[in-house]
Structures are given as structure tokens and as C-alpha cells.
Ligand binder design. Structure first.
Ligand code: GLU
Length: 276
């Protein structure tokens, strides 16, 4: 009896030690990400790598570049100080929430619209960018707006995990929607004539049009897509710091400088409307 008691106490003590050493007893929700990041002096961000202007892999130097990436770098410095490091992990519209939930990334900054459905599973910062859904079509296309797509026989291309594919089903219910894995594949599909239009946010489409002169953005915007930084539920102090950083960037002109850097020379895109 005594022996068994001793063994049980020993096992319990060993468990406690292991748990406190590895932190494995803590679920993600219990971990204070802000505190951990302050300790490591690093924030791990999920960014797009297939989206020109927001997050695009530059094969020449293997760096991901874009507005979201620069925002992440600035927010990191505001939170951790000038020596703070931003680390980047590639995400797609589909993989970003699972990667956050699994703890592979601390935050998502990846053209992600704040929606009520998503807000049930992640927490969002205040909006840091105003986008809206639009259409990309070949230059010779007759399609002028989303109503022109609302006919049988029309195929609209989009990306899995993007809310644009849900939206287009509402705005053009008669069209067929083909969902590709990422924006690079969606553009290839448009070029191959697999659909009459590609739909997502205007900024993303302008990024494609800049690189592909045979295509144009049409129809203005038919939805509002406010982008937010997403973090796991239960990380309120982290969200507060992110909001503070965004506010500081807007107050000291850093934000508008980034808007000008990325959107100042995009034909057809009025970057002045994006300034804050
Ligand atoms: N902003 C939209 C979304 O969050 C479309 C862009 C994207 O696929 O990331 O789903």
C-alpha cells in the first residue's frame, strides 16, 4: 500500500516536472503568445507568397515582399523594439487559419477580410486596409461588371478558402464557380480560358494586371473587404499591442508611406483613397 502510494506520488511529481519543462500541458489558448514572442524577440507571421503587392516570393533573393509583409515588419518593431525580428511562413487562403490554430504561426497578415464567421474562430485586430471584391478579365472581354457574369454558361475562377468564392455565389448565382488552390493557379486558369473572369479583392487583381498587360480589372468593387490581422482566441494582450502598433504607424506617417510604396504606381488604382 505504502509502496503504491510512493509510486503514485513519484509519477505525479515526474509528470508535473515534464509538463512545466516542456510546456506541453498548456494548450495553445493558455499560452501567452505576446509574452513568448517578447522572450524570443520574434513574431512568426503567416503571409501570402503568391499575391503581388501584398506578399509575393521574389525568387532572386528568396524573400517574400509586399504591403502585408512590410506591415508585419513594422508592427513587429513597434511591439518588440528595433531589434525585434519578424519571421515569415507562407500561407494560402485555405491554410492560414489551420496554421494559426496549430500554433505554426503567431498571427496572420494575409489579405484576410474580417468576417463574422471567421471572428467566431479567430480574433481580429482593427482593420488595417480597405479592399473590395472585383473582377479580372481578358482585355477583349465583354464582361463589364458582376451582373454580366450572372448567366448560365459563365465560369468564374476563385481560390479555396477565400470569401470571394462565397460572395460571388450570391452576386452571380447562375454562374459556375471553379475554385483553385492559390492565386497563381487561378491566374493560370484564367489565361488558359477555363473561366470568363477571376474574382477576388481589387488590390490583388491590380497586382495581377500590372504583371499581365493582357488583363484588366473591371466592374468597380461590389463588396467591402476590411483586412485584419488574425490571432488565436484568448490572446487579447497581443491584439491590443497590434492595434496600438497600427495606430502608431498611422499617426506617424509610416502607414501612408507603405501605401504609397506599394500602390502609388499601380495604374487605375487610386492609392490616395487608401491613405489613413
Ligand atoms: N479578402 C478575401 C479573403 O479574406 C480574399 C483574399 C484572399 O483570398 O485572401 O478571403
Amino acid at each position: 500500500m505504502r509502496r503504491r502510494f510512493k509510486l503514485a506520488t513519484l509519477t505525479a511529481a515526474l509528470c508535473l516536472l515534464l509538463v512545466s519543462l516542456s510546456g506541453c500541458g498548456q494548450s495553445l489558448a493558455q499560452k501567452d503568445i505576446l509574452q513568448l514572442d517578447r522572450h524570443s524577440n520574434e513574431i512568426t507571421w503567416g503571409v501570402k507568397a503568391d499575391t503581388k503587392l501584398f506578399g509575393l516570393m521574389d525568387v532572386r533573393d528568396n524573400q517574400i515582399k509586399g504591403f502585408d509583409v512590410d506591415m508585419a515588419k513594422h508592427i513587429t518593431k513597434h511591439i518588440l523594439g528595433t531589434k525585434g525580428q519578424a519571421k515569415f511562413i507562407q500561407v494560402t487562403s485555405q491554410s492560414r487559419i489551420p496554421l494559426l490554430k496549430n500554433g505554426n504561426i503567431d498571427a496572420i497578415i494575409a489579405t484576410m477580410t474580417i468576417t463574422p464567421e471567421r471572428a467566431k474562430i479567430v480574433d481580429f485586430s482593427n482593420s488595417y486596409f480597405d479592399a473590395g471584391q472585383s473582377l479580372l478579365v481578358p482585355n477583349g472581354s465583354d464582361i463589364k461588371n458582376v451582373r454580366d457574369l450572372n448567366k448560365p454558361g459563365m465560369t468564374v475562377l476563385g481560390v479555396v478558402g477565400a470569401n470571394s468564392v462565397q460572395n460571388i455565389k450570391k452576386y452571380a448565382p447562375k454562374a459556375r464557380v471553379l475554385e483553385l488552390q492559390d492565386y497563381a493557379q487561378a491566374l493560370t486558369s484564367l489565361k488558359a480560358g477555363q473561366g470568363q473572369a477571376l474574382t477576388t479583392d481589387n488590390g490583388i487583381l491590380y497586382g495581377m494586371a500590372v504583371q499581365n498587360p493582357g488583363f484588366k480589372v473591371v466592374g468597380g468593387t461590389f463588396t467591402k473587404e476590411p483586412y485584419g490581422v488574425a490571432v488565436n482566441k484568448g490572446q487579447r494582450p497581443f491584439v491590443r499591442e497590434i492595434n496600438k502598433a497600427i495606430k502608431e504607424m498611422q499617426a506617424d506617417g509610416e502607414y501612408n508611406a507603405l501605401i504609397k510604396k506599394w500602390f502609388g504606381n499601380v495604374p487605375g488604382f487610386n492609392y490616395k483613397e487608401l491613405e489613413r
